[in-house]
Write a protein that binds this ligand. Structure first.
Ligand SMILES: [Ca+2]
Ligand SMILES: [Ca+2]
Ligand SMILES: [Zn+2]
Length: 423
């Protein structure tokens, strides 16, 4: 896979795919190989990072009681046609799936086998649509970009670059960027790859020359057909119909390795509560799988784990050590995610609007009344709906349809946005 760009290999890949109908489940190995080629030393850097994460996880760093890490997400939908322009509802569903899986609120936790129940964990990590864009404007956390690119199957960066037919990231330190695009093999029209993610970035031992190119490519990419669940999946999608490509890829984004360690029984993911495995579960649900014999307490392969390649119908858990590892990554390498939207919120406390939700009248109370105020109402997709007279502190919004809106309050040279709900 390393020389995927060579024409001979390309032709070979096409023919293999045609015969086996095999879709690459996750592009992690491909990503690592590409990064190693561009930035020699990347693999070594990753290994050090992995070892540090594994150490923390093994030592059992506990979740601080009650503290939930909330991560703002922006979806960048890059589409060539209507089908690829995945509707909002699918994206809403995808966030719900992430929250259920990461919170161990998924319905199928009942399928976790007895021997793994003691280590199955809720991660205490939640995901929500970004409420503010990088310029401080209100947003629904979704961007849509039309492209002339038929398929992004051969590139791991073009979908992340406006100049290359994709969409530039929002500040990768403040948002989890998830690109949704077509990665099907042309002509065959089957997905070449379902998704891939970049592992955490930002440690001081990042190789020279990588910083300028790499940071804005940080995030997760999903093939558009596996966003959200698939109701009546055909054969191609039968084992990947639960929207769990995102669960798996976000796991990589938060530092997790595949549970088989991308190698045989001598390689592992550094975590002791995921039993060693010799290879990926091949998109099936075979509970008898036991590819490695552990010395003391031999357990079957943990096919329930989101970081395997199991049929998504049988995936249902993260472990305690995976939880510790991901939380460590959030705290040490992706802490900006926790700060970004809260900074804006603190600013907003200087202005109060009430009642909220409102049936008709919205009162605006400012700590310091400004002379040069102007107030406008915006929809969640950033359209201005109405202007309000500058000194008006009671706004009639009775004509608005029920829903979520933003009030933009200009104060001299700055402005603030406040969210309100119209019943
Ligand atoms: Ca393990
Ligand atoms: Ca075993
Ligand atoms: Zn993977």
């Amino acid at each position: 896979m390393k020389k995927i760009y060579a024409c001979a290999i390309l032709a070979l890949t096409l023919s293999i795919s045609a015969f086996s109908q095999q879709t690459e489940r996750c592009g992690h190995a491909r990503f690592m190989a590409e990064m190693e080629q561009k930035h020699p030393g990347y693999g070594e850097y990753r290994k050090q990072l992995d070892e540090e994460i594994a150490r923390v996880a093994r030592e059992g760093v506990q979740r601080e009681d009650g503290e939930t890490y909330r991560i703002p997400v922006v979806f960048h939908v890059v589409y060539r046609n209507d089908e690829q322009n995945v509707p909002d509802e699918k994206l809403f569903e995808q966030i719900d799936i992430l929250n259920r899986d990461y919170g161990r609120l998924n319905e199928d936790t009942v399928n976790t086998r007895q021997e793994f129940l003691p280590v199955a964990a809720s991660t205490g990590i939640e995901f929500y649509f970004a409420e503010w864009d990088p310029q401080g404007n209100p947003t629904n956390g979704i961007t849509r970009t039309e492209t002339s690119t038929n398929s992004f199957w051969l590139s791991m960066t073009e979908m992340k670059s406006t100049a290359d037919g994709g969409k530039d990231a929002w500040d990768v330190n403040q948002y989890l960027n998830i690109w949704v695009c077509n990665m099907a093999i042309p002509i065959l029209n089957t997905p070449f790859i379902l998704g891939f993610a970049t592992p955490p970035n930002g440690a001081p031992n990042w190789p020279d020359g990588s910083a300028a190119e790499q940071p804005q490519y940080d995030g997760v990419v999903l093939h558009y057909e596996v966003v959200g669940s698939i109701d009546n999946p055909d054969q191609t999608f039968a084992s990947i119909s639960k929207g769990r490509t995102a669960t798996h890829e976000v796991g990589h984004y938060l530092g997790l390795r595949h549970i088989w360690g991308d190698g045989d029984c001598t390689e592992d993911d550094g975590l002791s509560d995921t039993p060693e495995a010799a290879e990926a579960q091949q998109q099936t649900c075979d509970y008898s799988t036991n590819t490695c014999t552990d010395a003391a307490n031999d357990l079957p392969d943990q096919i329930e784990n989101y970081m395997d390649y199991t049929d998504e119908n049988c995936m249902n858990m993260f472990t305690q050590q995976q939880t510790a590892a991901m939380r460590y990554v959030v705290e040490n390498f992706r802490a900006g995610l926790l700060l970004s939207n809260s900074v804006v919120r603190n600013e907003l406390e200087k202005i109060r609007i009430y009642p909220n939700p409102t049936d008709g009248l919205l009162n605006v109370k400012q700590e310091k009344q400004q002379d040069s105020n102007s107030i406008s109402v915006y929809s969640t997709d950033g359209r201005k709906i109405m202007d309000v007279l500058a000194n008006n502190t009671s706004i009639d919004v009775s004509m608005l349809l029920p829903g979520i809106y933003f009030l933009k309050v200009n104060q001299n040279s700055t402005h603030q946005f406040l969210k309100f709900i119209k019943n």
